[in-house]
Write a protein that binds this ligand. Structure first.
Ligand SMILES: [Zn+2]
Length: 107
């Protein structure tokens, strides 16, 4: 499933992290929306040291920042070898992690 986000009915701002109010104008007139799931890599880094015991068997793994055309940025696990500008599709895997998969073309 692609990420969900909130849009503000008062000012039109978009926010990824769910809040009871708009982080831009403070209004509480928020609507939830579902992103299409396409995006473009803004940055990528390869982690060799796990931040927790639960992640130890996953290293090395790639963390990416993905810009979505809906107007927000998310952090996700990458497939490896991502570079800025790479088009990706976002989905949630069985462990509930947001995962980016490389795709052809533009976001
Ligand atoms: Zn607002």
């Amino acid at each position: 499933m692609a990420p969900t986000y909130q849009t503000c009915g008062a000012c039109g701002a978009v926010q990824y992290f769910q809040r009871p109010f708009c982080a831009t104008c403070g209004a509480e007139d928020l609507a939830e929306a579902q992103a299409e799931g396409r995006g473009e890599i803004a940055a990528a880094t390869l982690l060799h040291r796990a931040p927790s015991r639960e992640m130890a068997d996953r290293v090395p793994y790639e963390i990416v920042l993905v810009d979505l055309p809906e107007g927000f940025r998310v952090m996700a696990h990458g497939p490896g070898g991502c570079v800025p500008g790479q088009a990706v599709i976002l989905s949630e895997d069985a462990d509930g992690l947001l995962r980016a998969t490389k795709t052809e073309g533009r976001a």
